[in-house]
Design a protein around this ligand. Structure first.
Ligand SMILES: Nc1ncnc2c1ncn2[C@@H]1O[C@H](COP(=O)(O)OP(=O)(O)OP(=O)(O)O)[C@@H](O)[C@H]1O
Length: 243
């Protein structure tokens, strides 16, 4: 399936447009979305998720417009901050999201178990979501995205604040998912996921500075960049050339 933004202009109320005549086609596999604070990453993810709509232009998934109900069945979004629902266990939480997405109660309950297994949280199924760590709660967020078998996952800074072990688990989960789903993930950890990603998109001031395969991105690092700092070198070089 192809998720595409075409000629989109979007402005928050009474502000200059955050995105202007913006076009983007999400590549297959895992794409990481980089960019400085305020670049427009969350705005792009929100438009792609149909959480909000552009004032002009279109957002489509194959033949579905982001204004169609079906669109949301195929596209899942995880915001930067996930609010736990204190009275619900993890399985209830994930099943509830499935039910909101139109599944029957029994289907949602069954699929919640499968989705929690995918994010390696089976043992937390009966634990209240309010008792999880921030990293575990984000994995519940991913399970909620997987419960209705979305084809596209849009994740806004899912690894922020995770310790190295949680981050490792999360990276492994993501790479295991990309056979079935396309993932677009925003992050400030430039080096963290670059090597696992298939594609890298860099946004600055609402414009795409670079979008291409990971090797093409890493190839932008200046000569002599220290080993292990290639992704950071490539990113800094792009921003430097942008002024
Ligand atoms: N609700 C809002 N109302 C008004 N302006 C907003 C709102 N949300 C974002 N903006 C503005 O839109 C621009 C893009 O913000 P956005 O959150 O998309 O950037 P970002 O790349 O995700 O930033 P960060 O890395 O800090 O999360 C910024 O100038 C921001 O101030």
């Amino acid at each position: 399936m192809t998720l595409a933004l075409r000629d989109c202009t979007f402005a928050y109320r009474r502000r200059r447009p955050t995105l202007r005549n913006f076009s983007y086609e999400l590549p297959q596999g895992l794409t990481i979305l980089l960019g400085p604070n305020g670049a427009g990453k969350s705005t792009l993810l929100r438009l792609a998720a149909s959480v909000t709509h552009p004032q002009s232009g279109s957002v489509t998934l194959d033949s579905f417009s982001s204004r169609d109900k079906e669109f949301r069945h195929h596209v899942a979004w995880m915001p930067q901050n996930i609010t736990p629902m204190p009275s619900l266990t993890c399985r209830e939480y994930v099943a509830y999201v499935g039910w909101l997405k139109g599944m029957t109660r029994s289907e949602a309950w069954r699929e919640a178990r499968r989705a929690l297994a995918r994010v390696e949280l089976t043992e937390k199924s009966d634990v209240r979501s309010s008792q999880l760590s921030g990293g575990q709660l984000r994995r519940v967020g991913v399970a909620s995205a997987l419960v209705h078998q979305a084809r596209v996952l849009l994740l806004d800074e899912p690894t922020a604040g995770m310790d190295p072990r949680q981050r490792r688990i999360f990276r492994d989960i993501l790479t295991s998912l990309t056979d079935e789903v396309q993932v677009l993930l925003s992050t400030h950890d430039v080096g963290d996921l670059a090597e696992e990603a298939d594609h890298v998109t860099v946004l600055s001031d609402g414009k795409i500075l670079h979008s291409g395969t990971t090797p093409s991105f890493l190839g932008l690092a200046p000569r002599g960049t220290a080993p292990g700092r290639t992704a950071e070198g490539a990113y800094m070089s792009l921003l430097h050339h942008d002024g």
